[in-house]
Write a protein that binds this ligand. Sequence first.
Ligand code: C2E
Ligand code: MG
Ligand code: MG
Ligand code: MG
Length: 284
Amino acid sequence: KAKSEGRSAFHFFEAGMDADLQKRRVIEQGLRLAISRDELRLVFQPLVGLEENRVTCFEALLRWDHAEMGTVSPAEFIPIAEETGLIVQIGEWVLRQACRTAATWPADVRVAVNLSPIQFKNRKLGELVRAVLAETGLPATRLELEITESLLLADNEQTLQTLHSLRALGVRISMDDFGTGYSSLSYLRSFPFDKIKIDRSFMADLDSKGDSLAIIKAVIGLGHSLGMSTTAEGVETEEQLQAVRDQGCNEVQGFLFSPPIGADAVHALLHREAARANQVRKAS
Ligand code: C2E
Ligand code: MG
Ligand code: MG
Ligand code: MG
């Protein structure tokens, strides 16, 4: 009796087992099946170029709709996917899906895809990116890869080689969440990133006093002197927009402009933008 019960889905909810641990198990088990069950989807959040005054890029963000748990946050399931290695398969799905979708957008709009450091352990990452670009027809120059700081990146020859080979394809490399890790600055020295994305915690602190403005100003200056473009994440208010614009920030992303939206809504947004650009052209 005990044996057959042990194999049912309910064996995760063993009496006395910590609730967090139980949830973790359910997530881990569910993730293994998420792709085949078609439970993953991408949403896209616009990045607005302040010089161009238009949407220049969309960041692809992963969503998981689970039958019982509802929509699970990536903050919750990505770490588990990384620990179990499932991120490799999931990351490949994200990359392919993002490039396929972006290939239907206008030629001056890029897509940004988040990569986990675990994906760099796989020597074939460069080949995978090249194959997905070929298969989807998306030009390499329209793909940005976002990487967060992590120990794995530190002075790792193989990772650096992979980054250089991706760059050689024409792909852009962005440093995500800049300023949150303890070695942000040394990463800038180890690889010539194309873009620095300033973590949204600095934006959130802007309104309260503090030194966030000084830090944002310094990071933008640093980026520019290193020939890197700068993006402010988490821009939610006009005041924050004005502050980063005044400092010469190149690009903004945040709820002020738009939350992440579905692929259909992206097409609608791009149509509205094209209509607006046309009107501006006619008027001038
Ligand atoms: P991230 O790459 O830094 O993505 C930005 C996150 O900030 C997104 O959360 C986005 O919804 C949120 N955000 C954007 N604008 C605002 C704003 O104005 N205010 C606030 N409060 N939040 C804003 P999301 O979608 O929950 O993703 C969380 C993190 O999960 C991402 O942070 C990224 O590190 C990771 N992630 C998401 N999708 C993927 C993926 O496909 N692969 C990997 N490896 N990681 C992913
Ligand atoms: Mg990102
Ligand atoms: Mg980010
Ligand atoms: Mg973040």
